[in-house]
Design a binder for this molecule. Sequence first.
Ligand SMILES: Nc1ncnc2c1ncn2[C@@H]1O[C@H](COP(=O)(O)OP(=O)(O)OP(=O)(O)O)[C@@H](O)[C@H]1O
Ligand SMILES: [Mg+2]
Length: 236
Amino acid sequence: MLRVTQVTKKFGELTAVNNLSFEVAQGQVFGIAGPNGAGKSTVYNLITGLYDFEGSISFKDQDISGMPAHCIARLGIARTFQIPQTFPSLTVAKTVEVGSYFGSQAGFDRDHVEEVLTFVNLSDKKQVLTGSLNLLDKKMLMIGAALATRPEILMLDEPMAGSNSKEILRLMDLIRRINQDLGVTIILIEHFMKVLTELTQKLLIIETGTEICCGDPREVTSDPRVIECYLGDSHD
Ligand SMILES: Nc1ncnc2c1ncn2[C@@H]1O[C@H](COP(=O)(O)OP(=O)(O)OP(=O)(O)O)[C@@H](O)[C@H]1O
Ligand SMILES: [Mg+2]
């Protein structure tokens, strides 16, 4: 469904993504992990059209390399950001409406906005200003705004960061429901190996922008190269 082929991104002297290739199949939950600064978020920025790059990226056999970000979003690729981004002066409902207005080819759909608010468990906070939400609700809202665009692929950037174990379970449940109930393909950048092995069917490990290995999450996380480069003391 999504094919990244020999993609390289340089920021001046720094090669943030180095000749990286991978493929995400329809319906899959595909994980990406690697140490801080490995280039994970940059990969998202390339897929969603924020920067130019060398190599090619295709979505459903259409080359999307070099396409503007809003066109890529309308094709059905949505993402969330590592640090939750919301408009503090907008209400929860309006924020999801923005996704519905601008994201999807189908246009604004009030019923769908309501469905999304229920799906992310925010229907009782519809009129709350996003600036006063706690971190978990902000994350839920960011995911809700992305879902309002009716994506075929949802890319989540470290959704568990800063969450306690109870919140992690809720986010894991939400991700599972998005994948299984809504049929949305998911790419998940995550540091928590347990989350990755439980949720993903395929896992890519990168370090300094380069693939270390890619495959079955349990095999990948027990690969000595991965343990050495990444897992180390966080393995437990
Ligand atoms: N816009 C930019 N300009 C210059 N350098 C950048 C830019 N974006 C990212 N980088 C650099 O590229 C490298 C990869 O960054 P990236 O944010 O993709 O890493 P990451 O794997 O997401 O890390 P983390 O786990 O900390 O989120 C880092 O060295 C970072 O400083
Ligand atoms: Mg990052």
